[in-house]
Design a protein around this ligand. Structure first.
Ligand SMILES: NC(=O)c1ccc[n+]([C@@H]2O[C@H](COP(=O)([O-])OP(=O)(O)OC[C@H]3O[C@@H](n4cnc5c(N)ncnc54)[C@H](OP(=O)(O)O)[C@@H]3O)[C@@H](O)[C@H]2O)c1
Length: 320
């Protein structure tokens, strides 16, 4: 099969489009024919091995998983002997190491049936960003109807879903993004947009989801109500070793000593979270907006575009 492979950390120049053996499903695994694969910053982190601390999990000298990609949608091609929830021909979406390929395998728990109202591209764009937005707003943030909510990074993969979900939960949403994307963020339901390139952040919020920008914690706390909540989920720090994770650690250390609730966000793929993501999509509460699609062989261009093209919503590879 064709796949996007990588044998050393680095830039997109390290990626190759080449023939590799197709994976074979283990007893509890599902093998899918990939229709589309989502592209998100996690792919960039694995490709570059940055921040360096991440290499403890990814592989010290080179990426342990040689095929790139994570989010996926497709059709079940084969199932292992112990698989009970899926059969050949089912349309599914979820996460798997190595989704930038014509075929991919993962445990059946990593997949959910594809919501019928989403096409394969939209479904592939949803897993990681959807689970992150849902975990940040509902599980960690406990956002309630009537709250004033600030989403920093509102036009991005996670942010544009978080805006839709916060509106669905009954919050009044202000989105922070580049001014070019203001109309896009308003179309998602935000009542106000702040252009981070020209304006400073103003307002008072019950809840802030910070997905971008590395603003100092005191600057963000100044925007909270006395008992407001700040959840730090993203932001690309400069540090080679720890990237943006230092701010998250500081927030968690400070939190017990202040009235604000300050929390980090680490969204790990859980079956029940992916199921809720699918249910929200099926109910029409949210849908990924696709900025651009690329062919599998153009994965390097897709990653470059993600990092420097200021996409609105998500980008994805069309494989089948
Ligand atoms: N904690 C977790 O479990 C988890 C899970 C997934 C992702 N993440 C992280 O979350 C971050 C966002 O992910 P994503 O997929 O949404 O990325 P993305 O699609 O690249 O979106 C980034 C967003 O941030 C905005 N932005 C950039 N610089 C900004 C600044 N200084 N101030 C305010 N907004 C700014 C961008 O707007 P413009 O395009 O207009 O510049 C865009 O809306 C990344 O750092 C990613 O690694 C964390």
């Amino acid at each position: 099969m064709k796949a996007i492979t990588q044998y050393a950390y680095g830039t997109v120049d390290m990626l190759a489009y080449e023939d590799v053996p197709s994976p074979k499903p283990g007893p509890d695994e599902v093998m899918i024919r990939v229709h589309a694969a989502g592209v998100d910053p996690g792919v960039w982190h694995i490709m570059t091995g940055r921040p360096l601390i991440a290499r403890a999990a990814l592989g010290l000298r080179r990426p342990r998983e040689t095929i790139r990609g994570w989010d996926v949608s497709g059709v079940v091609e084969a199932v292992g002997a112990d698989v009970i929830r899926f059969k050949r021909g089912d349309a599914v979406f979820g996460t798997t190491g190595g989704s930038f390929a014509e075929y991919a395998c993962a445990a059946e728990s990593k997949f959910q049936p594809k919501p019928e109202n989403l096409d394969f591209v939209a479904a592939a764009a949803l897993p990681t960003s959807g689970m992150t937005a849902l975990t940040g707003l509902r599980e960690v943030g406990r956002v309630e109807s009537g709250w004033n909510v600030l989403i920093i990074g509102a036009s991005g993969g996670v942010g544009h879903l978080a805006v839709q979900l916060a509106c669905h939960l009954g919050a009044r949403v202000t989105g922070v993004c580049g001014g070019d994307s203001a109309e896009f963020v308003t179309s998602l339901g935000a009542t106000r947009v702040i252009d981070y390139r020209r304006e400073t952040l103003t307002g008072t919020y019950d809840f802030i989801l910070d997905m971008a920008g590395n603003r100092p914690i005191p600057e963000l706390r100044a925007l909270l109500t006395p008992t407001g909540t700040l959840v730090i989920g993203g932001g690309e720090g400069d540090g080679r070793w720890f990237g943006g994770t230092g701010r998250t650690a500081r927030a968690q250390l400070i939190s017990p000593f202040v009235r604000h609730r300050l929390a980090g966000l680490l969204s790990l793929p859980k079956p029940e979270t992916l199921r809720e993501v699918a249910e929200l999509a099926a109910s029409g509460a949210w849908a990924p907006r696709i900025d651009r699609t690329f062919a599998l062989s153009d994965a390097p261009a897709a990653i470059d575009y993600l990092v420097s093209g200021h996409p609105r919503g998500k980008i994805a590879l069309v494989v089948a």
